[in-house]
Design a protein around this ligand. Structure first.
Ligand code: G3P
Ligand code: CA
Length: 221
């Protein structure tokens, strides 16, 4: 079972910073999960929210800011907003990377950057925006893609099959034994997010999921 650090190791460090990513790797995460958006001038940056307000000293939408403006922002602890390129360079050769595409039309830029900066880095492309995963597959036929889902689907694995995904990422509150089994029977790996409490970790483990996504990767033994 893969140990996946959520937004790096967001329980220990400011989320989606290089420091958080370093912390996750130092705690033995097999995979580091991050979130990606694009700046107004097309730079790929790592942040969860569309707006910078919650995690930085600034205000506004990433998509309306230039990379120069984003670089001026400060995150608690005097951290900066990393670019995807910086993250690829930091992670390659040390862990695998799960890149969540937070908005539409990021696929070509993200796949292109991975190819040019870290072609050997094992990557998972994840999204709640399932058409984006099909776009990734068209660009990278062998890509590992994760169809994220919050909720219980009507038709078992159909949502992931339709997204041509190799994996499904199921919200912990929606995790059911039958769904896990049906996905795995269909050849789709199952990850669950976000499991921080030891009881949740134990329960998800008992269902036989293939990967656990946690803000505390050190708890995933
Ligand atoms: O990738 C799983 C998880 O990160 C999705 O939820 O909101 O934390 O990006 P969120
Ligand atoms: Ca995420």
């Amino acid at each position: 079972m893969l140990r996946i650090g959520h937004r790096g190791a967001a329980g220990h460090a400011p989320e989606n910073t290089l420091f958080s990513i370093e912390t996750a790797i130092s705690m033995g995460a097999d995979v580091v999960e991050i979130d990606v958006h694009a700046s107004r001038d097309g730079e790929l940056v790592v942040m969860h929210d569309a707006r910078v307000d919650r995690t930085t000293d600034g205000t506004g939408y990433l998509r309306e800011m230039t990379i120069g403006q984003i670089r001026q922002l400060r995150i608690a602890g005097n951290h900066t907003v990393p670019t995807l390129e910086e993250v690829l360079l930091a992670v390659k050769g040390r862990a695998e990377l799960m890149i969540e595409l937070k908005v539409r039309n990021l696929g070509p830029g993200v796949v292109g950057l991975v190819r040019s900066v870290a072609p050997e880095l094992p990557v998972y492309y994840a999204s709640f925006l399932h058409p984006e995963l099909i776009g990734v597959r068209e660009l990278e036929p062998a890509a590992r893609t994760i169809a994220l889902l919050e909720g219980v689907p009507v038709s078992g694995p159909a949502f992931a099959v339709e997204a041509q995904a190799t994996h499904a990422g199921i919200g912990f509150d929606s995790l059911e034994k039958g769904l896990v089994g049906a996905l795995q029977k269909a050849g789709i790996g199952v990850f669950t997010y976000t499991v921080d409490d030891p009881r949740d970790i134990a329960y998800a483990t008992s269902l036989g999921v293939d990967g656990l996504i946690s803000n505390y990767p050190d708890r995933l033994r």
